[in-house]
Design a binder for this molecule. Structure first.
Ligand code: HSE
Length: 437
C-alpha cells in the first residue's frame, strides 16, 4: 500500500493527488481543493495537494494549474511516484478502466465519478481494491452532488430495504418538467434542454434511460447486497412520451417522471431493477422534484421512507462528492486502513413479466355500440381489473383511457396484443406504469 508522504507542509502529512481528466468536474475539484485546503487540514490533520493533472488535449489547457503539472499521459499519472491517490474524472470506460487498475495495482486509492465503468466492471475493480486493502470510492458516480452511496453503504447497511425509487437523470427530468408545465411536446423540450447544456447533441444515453440504468444498477448493489450490472437493468426512456400522455396523466392526478426502480421481493429475495417512465401521484414526494434536480426515495422496513434530494450533475456539486471521498481515502491512507465495500451475492431477478403495478393505457376506438364491451372483455379475459376509465370524443372515433388496479406486466402485455388484433381498435397509445397512487 502507498503511504502518505510525510514530508511536512505546515508539519502535516501531505497526500498527493493525481487528477485524471480536467473538464467540468476535474477543474471544479482542483479549485475546491485549493479553496478548502486549510479547512480540510484543520479538520483532518491531512494536507491535500494536487501534484499532477492528466488531460487529453494539452493545447486546451495551461501547462500548470497551481503547483500541479498538466500532462497528457493518464496512465503515467496513475503510476507516478509523486501521486499517492488518484481521482479519475475523465469518463469513458477503456482508458479510465486502465487508469483505475494501474492505480489500484500500485496500491493507490482511487476516487472516481465513472458510473458507466462501475456499472459494467464493479466486481473486478472492487476485488482488486479489496485484495490490496485500499479505497475505491465513487459517491460522485451516482446523482452527482447527492450523498447517497455512503448512506446506503454505511448508515443503512443493516436496513431491510424494500424498494428504491429514483429520479436519477436530470436531463430527462428537465424535459418532462417542461412538457408538464409548459405543455411543450417532446422535441421542443429536448431542444430547450440541449440549448441549456443539459442534454448532449446526441441525447440517447439520457433520453433512452441508459444513464439512469447505470446509476440504478450501482444503487441496487448497495441497497440489496447483490451483484447487479447495467446489462441486468431493463431500460425504457422518455422518447415515446407524448404531450397527450402528459395531459392524460394530469387529468387523473399524476405527473410523469422517469424512474430508476430497484425492488426486492421480501419472500423470495428476487430483485427487479428497471428504468421506465412512471405516473407518480401528485402528493408523492417525487412528484415535486422539478427541472434538472435528482431525488432518490429509499423505502426501508425499519427506517421508513428516506428522501435524498439535490443536484445530480454539474461541476461544483459533483466535485463536492469527489472531495468528500478524497478526504476519506486520504485519512484512511494515512491510518493504513480502508472503507469496506461489502460482499455481494449473486442476484436472482424477478422476470419482467411478473412485475406488478398499476398501468394507464390509452386506446383509440370506433365510437359505436359494443366497443366498450369488446374492450373490457379483453381486460376481463386476462385478469386485469379496471380502477378508472374515461372516454373523449375524437371526431367519429373515441379515445378510451383506462387505469388498472395492480396487474402483472405479462397480463397487461396480453391485453395489448389482443387490442392490436381487435378491428374496432385503431390505435394502442401510451402504456405507462403508476407508482405512488
Ligand atoms: N446526464 C446526466 C443527467 C448527468 O442528466 O443527469 C450525468 O450522469
Amino acid at each position: 500500500m502507498a503511504k502518505a508522504n510525510s514530508a511536512p507542509q505546515g508539519h502535516l502529512p501531505t497526500v498527493r493527488i493525481g487528477v485524471v481528466g480536467h473538464g467540468v468536474v476535474g477543474s471544479a475539484f482542483t479549485a475546491l481543493v485549493a479553496r478548502q485546503r486549510d479547512v480540510i487540514a484543520a479538520r483532518t490533520g491531512v494536507q491535500l495537494e494536487v501534484t499532477r493533472i492528466a488531460v487529453s488535449d494539452a493545447g486546451k489547457h495551461p501547462t500548470r494549474v497551481g503547483s500541479a503539472d498538466v500532462v497528457t499521459d493518464a496512465l503515467a499519472v496513475a503510476a507516478a511516484a509523486d501521486v499517492d491517490l488518484v481521482v479519475e474524472v475523465m469518463g469513458g470506460t477503456t482508458l479510465a478502466g486502465e487508469v483505475i487498475r494501474t492505480a489500484l495495482e500500485s496500491g493507490k486509492p482511487v476516487v472516481t465519478a465513472n458510473k458507466a465503468l462501475l456499472a459494467a466492471r464493479s466486481a473486478e475493480l472492487f476485488k482488486i481494491a479489496d485484495e490490496r486493502g485500499i479505497d475505491l470510492l465513487f459517491e460522485a458516480a451516482v446523482c452527482g452532488g447527492i450523498p447517497l452511496i455512503r448512506p446506503l453503504r454505511e448508515s443503512l447497511r443493516g436496513e431491510p430495504i424494500r424498494r428504491v425509487l429514483g429520479i436519477v437523470n436530470g436531463t430527462t427530468n428537465y424535459i418532462l418538467t417542461k412538457m408538464t408545465e409548459s405543455g411543450s411536446d417532446y422535441s421542443d423540450a429536448l431542444r430547450e434542454a440541449q440549448q441549456l447544456g443539459y442534454a448532449e447533441a446526441d441525447p440517447t444515453a439520457d433520453v433512452e434511460g441508459h444513464d439512469a440504468a447505470a446509476k440504478i444498477a450501482i444503487i441496487a448493489n448497495f441497497a440489496f447486497g447483490v451483484h447487479v450490472v447495467a446489462d441486468d437493468v431493463s431500460a425504457e426512456g422518455i422518447s415515446r412520451i407524448s404531450a397527450s400522455d402528459i395531459a392524460m396523466a394530469q387529468k387523473f392526478g399524476y405527473v410523469i417522471k422517469l424512474l430508476g426502480v430497484a425492488e426486492r421481493d421480501s419472500d423470495t429475495g428476487a430483485v427487479s431493477v428497471r428504468v421506465h417512465p412512471a405516473m407518480v401521484g401528485l402528493k408523492h414526494p417525487l412528484a415535486s422534484v422539478r427541472e434538472a434536480f435528482n431525488a432518490v426515495l429509499v423505502e426501508g422496513e425499519a427506517s421508513g421512507s428516506l428522501m435524498f434530494y439535490g443536484r445530480g450533475a454539474g461541476g461544483d456539486p459533483t466535485a463536492s462528492s469527489v472531495l468528500g471521498d478524497v478526504i476519506d481515502a486520504a485519512v484512511n491512507l494515512r491510518k493504513g486502513t480502508h472503507a469496506t465495500l461489502g460482499t455481494f451475492s449473486k442476484a436472482t431477478f424477478t422476470s419482467p413479466g411478473e412485475v406488478v403495478s398499476e398501468f394507464m393505457l390509452t386506446l383509440e376506438v370506433a365510437d359505436k355500440p359494443g366497443v366498450l364491451h369488446a374492450v373490457t372483455g379483453v381486460f376481463a379475459r386476462n385478469k386485469v381489473s379496471i380502477r378508472a376509465a374515461e372516454q373523449d370524443g375524437i371526431g367519429s372515433d373515441a379515445r378510451l383511457v383506462f387505469v388498472t388496479h395492480d396487474a402483472r406486466t405479462s397480463d397487461v402485455q396480453k391485453c395489448l396484443d389482443e387490442f392490436q388484433r381487435l378491428d374496432v381498435v385503431s390505435k394502442v397509445g401510451g402504456v405507462i406504469r403508476i407508482i405512488g397512487a
